[in-house]
Write a protein that binds this ligand. Structure first.
Ligand code: ATP
Ligand code: MG
Length: 310
């Protein structure tokens, strides 16, 4: 059984269906990326999974516990990070963590050790005495993530934890996700930063206008959705003959020329790309390099979602 199972989740607001018949399995140890354009239904799905939103219909379980029937038990095993950080004035970083640790029912005697652990993990040592409202946005996200980890949850449900962060802070979050995975946690994470999800998630789900359009292993999805192979060819000789050869190959569907660099879309099969190279060489084209450009999650996303916003 999957550690998280969402079955036929629907959420409507009046006549508008924000999420339609959404089902997904997350296996233990997955870092599962959840991507979709603004308004696609990510936060709606995440709030349902985190026991904070009543569905119109459908169900979900986490570690076999039903989110509708056992919300309190579910909350004990999940760490939910919302897309917005609430306002907490007059509280220092450690007080904020202490407050939530107490809410999670962590006994006074062990609270200090737990707080020290998450402060260390999130590298917040220097901010321990800072007032929460005085933290920068990136530091607030870190604190929010620290709070999410206090009760050592098995499953993390993170709604855009990296939004608004600078590149270094994003790398930090990415490394942290890997470390958390190594600690045995399962992570469901929404984001717009697709290239980043591609190299830290093993699986992704793509949602558009409330409908799940693709889900599963990142590589499988990339293969499934790409229509053409992309080739890049750089030559040393004059571009004319090279362009002529390429234009005569029926499976070449488009050619972009940038000086002596060619970007080519090829509709044939991967093993056939070597025939292109052979034809170029036979025509006397001096090839400097020739490669297939691996598909990119961003391209797949643009293609699958077609930029339609709900
Ligand atoms: N309380 C509500 N009442 C009416 N419509 C709502 C409500 N909450 C969400 N919606 C609508 O449901 C749709 C999905 O919203 P949701 O917040 O889940 O999208 P999202 O994928 O998280 O988007 P973003 O990337 O902008 O965070 C949107 O069209 C939104 O306007
Ligand atoms: Mg959202």
């Amino acid at each position: 059984m999957a550690i998280v199972e969402i079955r036929n989740f629907w959420k409507s607001y009046g006549d508008f269906a924000a999420v339609k018949d959404f089902s997904l399995d997350i296996e233990e140890g997955d870092i599962y990326g959840f991507i979709g354009p603004n308004g696609a239904g990510k936060t709606t799905t995440i709030r349902f999974l985190s026991t904070l939103l009543e569905p119109t219909s459908g169900s979900a379980t986490i570690c076999g516990l039903d989110v509708l029937r056992k919300p309190l038990e579910v909350r004990r095993i999940i760490g939910y990070m919302p897309d917005m950080f609430g306002v907490y004035e007059g509280m220092r970083v450690w007080e904020y963590l202490d407050f939530f640790a107490a809410l999670y029912g962590i006994k006074r005697a062990s609270r200090e050790a737990v707080i020290n652990d998450v402060i260390q993990l999130l590298d917040l040592e220097k901010k321990r005495e800072t007032f929460v409202e005085a933290l920068s946005r990136g530091m607030q996200q870190r604190l929010c993530l620290a709070k999410t980890l206090l009760h050592d949850p098995k499953v993390l449900i993170l709604d855009e934890p990296a939004s608004g962060l600078d590149p270094r802070a994003r790398v930090f979050i990415k490394e942290l996700l890997k470390a958390l995975q190594e600690m045995g946690k399962t992570i469901f994470i929404s984001s717009h930063i697709l290239s980043e999800l591609a190299d830290c998630c093993n699986k992704v789900a793509i949602i558009e206008q409330g409908t799940l359009v693709a889900a599963g292993d990142v590589r499988g999805i990339l293969e499934q959705f790409r229509e053409t192979l992309k080739l890049e060819i750089e030559i040393l000789s004059e571009p004319g003959p090279c362009e002529d050869v390429l234009a005569r190959i029926p499976e070449v569907s488009s050619i972009e020329v940038h000086g002596k660099l060619f970007k080519v879309d090829f509709t044939g099969e991967l093993p056939h790309i070597s025939t292109i190279l052979k034809k170029l060489v036979e025509a006397g084209v001096e090839v400097l390099w020739f490669r297939e450009v691996p598909p990119d999650l961003e391209d797949v996303f643009m293609q699958v979602t077609k930029g339609e916003v709900a």
